[in-house]
Each structure stands twice: as C-alpha cells, then as structure tokens.
Design a protein around this ligand. Structure first.
Ligand SMILES: [Zn+2]
Length: 127
C-alpha cells in the first residue's frame, strides 16, 4: 500500500498508537494550522492506515537545534579527516571514517527518537 499524498518516508522510529505496529521508518507530513502560524506533524501508519501525531510536539524545535548544533563538530571532523587523507595519501581510510560518521550520526538520531518520541492517535479525517 502506498502512503497518502504528501507523506514522505523517513528513517525514524515509529510506534503506532492505534495498532501497535513498530517500524524503523515513518511516513510523515507537516500540516499548517488554520491560523497559518502553527504546524502539526502528522504520521501515517503503514499497517492500519490510520493517523497519529507526536505526544510532545514541543520537542521538535529541540531536535532541530540539536541537528544544527551537531553540524559544526561533524563538519570540522569530516573536513579534518578528508584534509588529512589527501595530505597523507590515505584517502581510503579517511572515506571509511567519513562513512562511519555518516552512519553513526544517523544511528544517534534514530536512538534519540526511539527513546523520546511517543505517538498519539488523531481522527482519521483530520488530514
Ligand atoms: Zn497502526
């Protein structure tokens, strides 16, 4: 079954409050509020095809700040690895460590979401 129009698939922890389905991938979209000043994340369950949202949407800006804050040290580390790899003609190991950083950062954010995100059901006709 395909996700509803506008929903995108992400590598992100998902646990459906309607049917208990758990997955490492979520289907989500952002809906603009009626006042056009707020938005709400909506998630779609692949198993029961119902909708839910985050129990604590106030954490979303914190995730955003965390991602922004992590960019600087990750950039410096990747830059240093690639520079060192080019200077010492050992680019293979540098690329290997850059790939490890890429996987590690994604795994880190996945586990942050795994232990901090809770989902609550919303009515099916809401979107
Ligand atoms: Zn479900």
């Amino acid at each position: 079954m395909n996700a509803p129009h506008g929903f995108r698939k992400w590598f992100d922890w998902f646990a459906c409050p309607n049917c208990g389905y758990r997955s490492a991938f979520s289907y989500s979209t952002a809906k603009i509020g009626a006042d056009r000043k707020s938005f709400k994340m909506l998630y779609w369950c692949r198993s029961c095809e119902r909708y839910c949202t985050l129990k604590r949407p106030g954490l979303l800006p914190l995730y955003g700040l965390g991602v922004l804050a992590a960019q600087v040290p990750v950039f410096v580390l990747v830059y240093w690895l690639l520079y060192d790899g080019l200077m010492n003609v050992n680019i293979f190991w540098s690329l290997f460590w850059v790939a490890c950083i890429f996987v590690g950062v994604h795994a880190f954010w996945f586990f942050i979401g795994r232990f901090s995100k809770e989902y609550i059901a919303v009515s099916a006709n809401e979107p």
